[in-house]
Design a protein around this ligand. Structure first.
Ligand code: CTP
Length: 417
């Protein structure tokens, strides 16, 4: 059974989240958001404006959230644990999704004529607006002026995505993906203990071409590296993600994603940018060899029963970094099938790393493609940390704790001299 990783490592767990829906066509997408939040362990309370009910029904949201939907100004909570306590007192976070130009305008101008606008005026909890509207409305000076005013007051906005809109036009105005909305919400409850750090993460496989249609690659999905990039950013770091080609979507919120194909391309991207980073995490599964000559034409079948490919060595990116890293923290991964800790410790020394994360790739149910991982972290001091099977998000967080320890140690050394 594969575990759902989103359940394991969420700061939204046990939080009281108010999801307010206003009257936009994207209102139907909010159902999926409510589902994802409850999956992450939040207790969701849905508020709907009168206009929202023209698009979607309270029954859907009551069923998904397990709580009564509030759609009237003077509605009392009945039969729920909340009793007479008002929602703004128990809420940890309020998200307005979709937020129409109308609701943004009302709130920016101090109008409080329904449950939602009254609640926003009365609440002290963080409020996130997720606008969705026609591109021209989004770009209008009236809407932008209202947003600026609300941002100055400390309200947060997640910008709409670009793409096809329900009104038949295309441009900025689409509701962002649910995953991006949830990731922005996770931020509110995450300690920014990696602020001031710039972290480079490499992820995924590299692909080496044999001819224009054939290639040599490996089974890496990139999920471990993507989890590291996502959690590092969530904890306040600036992140550069250099990724090989995989079927998994890389995280998108506030991460610079550089896509590469071959090991040489990955090496060039890494060497180009590592100087601006304080931490480099090499989670990529780099091909050790590439074809010595890549055929420009598709290779034709011949009568030969056996054909040989001539391979030559790829640059060892991490070893090259180890020699020039200076004060930077360098983290490697090791895929081993035997003598895990010893082989990893040898690799750590040989490649001048600060940390190595060893995977036992002989275990079929973890590692490649899985949402879970089980690793051993080895430090230069010889200290070994066993991380039992858990979600890749959680493993990422533990690896980043070790990175933080390394950064502190290096900082202390610098202070000493
Ligand atoms: N790596 C790299 N460049 C390469 C090969 C590997 O930067 N050409 C990095 C990987 O990203 C990983 C680490 O080196 O962080 C370990 O990879 P692995 O293939 O296990 O290391 P090797 O030294 O090639 O191990 P072995 O001798 O077991 O093949």
């Amino acid at each position: 059974m594969t575990a759902d990783h989103s359940q394991h490592h969420s700061n939204l767990k046990n939080k009281e989240i108010v999801v307010a829906i206003t009257g936009g066509i994207a209102a139907y997408k909010t159902a999926e958001l409510v589902r994802e939040l409850t999956k992450r362990g939040s207790n969701v309370h849905v508020v709907m404006t009168k206009n929202a009910m023209e698009f979607v029904t309270p029954l859907t949201f009551q069923t998904l959230s397990g709580n009564p939907v509030i759609n009237e100004m003077f509605q009392l909570f009945s039969g729920s644990k909340i009793g007479h306590v008002t929602l703004s007192d128990i809420a940890d976070h309020l998200v307005i999704v979709p937020a129409t130009a109308n609701i943004i305008g009302k709130i920016a101008n101090g109008i409080a004529d329904d449950f939602l606008t009254t609640m926003v005026m009365a609440t002290t909890v963080p409020v996130l607006f997720v606008p969705s509207m026609n591109t021209k409305m989004w770009e209008s000076r009236i809407v932008q002026g209202n947003i600026e005013k609300l941002e100055d007051l400390g309200f947060r906005f997640l910008e709409p995505a670009a793409g096809e809109l329900a009104c038949g036009t295309s441009g900025k105005g689409r509701l962002p993906e649910v995953e991006d909305i949830v990731e922005t919400m996770e931020d509110v409850f995450t300690l920014k203990d990696l602020q001031d750090q710039k972290i480079m993460v490499t992820a995924g496989p590299t692909t080496e071409f044999i001819d224009p249609v054939r290639c040599i690659t490996n089974r890496s999905s990139g999920k471990m590296g993507y989890a590291l990039a996502k959690i590092a950013r969530r904890r306040g770091a600036e992140v550069i993600l250099i990724t090989g080609q995989t079927y998994v979507k890389p995280p998108r919120i506030d991460i610079e994603v550089i896509r590469v194909t071959t090991a040489v391309e990955m090496r060039n991207a890494v060497m180009d940018r590592f100087r601006e980073c304080s931490v480099i995490i090499k989670a990529a599964a780099v091909a050790d060899f590439r074809c010595r000559t890549e055929s420009c034409q598709k290779m034709k079948k011949t009568s030969d029963a056996i054909v040989s490919l001539e391979l030559e060595k790829n640059p060892d990116i991490i070893a090259e970094l180890g020699a020039v890293k200076e004060h930077r923290v360098l983290v490697g991964f090791a895929a081993e099938t035997e003598n895990l800790t010893k082989n990893a410790a040898d690799k750590l020394k040989r490649k001048q790393l600060d940390l190595i994360v060893a995977n036992d790739v002989s275990k079929a149910d973890i590692g490649f493609g899985s949402d879970d991982n089980e690793v051993t972290i080895v430090e230069t001091t010889g200290h070994v940390k066993q991380v039992p099977r858990m979600s890749k998000d959680e493993v990422a967080s533990i690896i980043l704790d070790s990175v933080k320890k390394c950064l502190k140690k290096k900082q202390r050394k610098e202070d000493w001299y």
